[in-house]
Design a protein around this ligand. Structure first.
Ligand SMILES: *[C@@H]1O[C@H](CO)[C@@H](O)[C@H](O)[C@H]1NC(C)=O
Ligand SMILES: *[C@@H]1O[C@H](CO)[C@@H](O)[C@H](O)[C@H]1NC(C)=O
Length: 179
């Protein structure tokens, strides 16, 4: 009996753990066109797009490109379109970059001239409780929770995760005592 209820809580814990992990979202940079030198007839540039979205730790960017590259650079290199000493360089053609901290991330193309033509992107990754504290109301974004309420929920789920994980370990230990 005791073992069965522990088992129940073990599965409950694991499903909570999974649901909080699954809240991470992958943003596709540039939509169907991907990461490419702007031709000038785009409706919005990469940074307009970025300001309409909310990025959190664990979310990722997907870059699709051809004959191009993705450089992660610092603020000055971003401003200068300086491709000489990137922090990171990706050339594969489809790159997934996951945010592992909050703050600013700067991306530019490594192709000569492309950055100056607008192939560059600034992303600000928010602290997960920031929306609640600042109280600003973001516009909803397709596919990703942009409202204060759901952002707060995600933040809660994230901070709750470690607790749940410890609880899951505890349950697994308890089960091993009964079996
Ligand atoms: C990439 O380069 C190859 C070889 O120069 C060319 O055939 C192809 O059209 C280029 N692709 C794009 C999207 O520019
Ligand atoms: C990456 O892009 C290449 C060329 O478009 C494609 O063949 C390959 O399947 C892609 N890989 C992934 C993991 O999406």
């Amino acid at each position: 009996m005791a073992a069965a209820s522990h088992l129940f809580f073990f599965f409950l814990s694991v499903s909570l753990l999974l649901s909080s992990t699954l809240s991470a979202y992958e943003f596709r940079v540039g939509g169907p066109k991907g990461w490419t030198k702007p031709t000038g007839d785009e409706l919005e540039n990469y940074n307009h797009w970025a300001t309409k979205n909310r990025f959190h730790i664990g979310d990722s960017l997907y870059f699709k490109y051809e004959n191009d590259s993705v450089l992660v650079v610092d603020k000055n290199a971003y401003k200068e379109c300086d491709t000489k000493a990137p922090l990171l360089k990706f050339v594969g053609g489809n790159t997934t970059f996951t945010f592992d901290r909050h703050g600013y991330f700067y991306f530019i193309s490594g192709e000569p001239g492309n950055c100056k033509a607008g192939e560059r992107l600034i992303i600000r990754v928010m602290v997960h409780w920031e929306v609640v504290i600042s109280g600003d109301a973001p516009s909803p974004q397709p596919g990703h929770s942009g409202s204060s309420i759901s952002s707060a929920a995600v933040g809660f789920a994230t901070s709750f995760k470690n607790t749940v994980f410890v609880a899951a370990l505890g349950s697994a230990f308890a089960i091993s005592q009964f079996v």
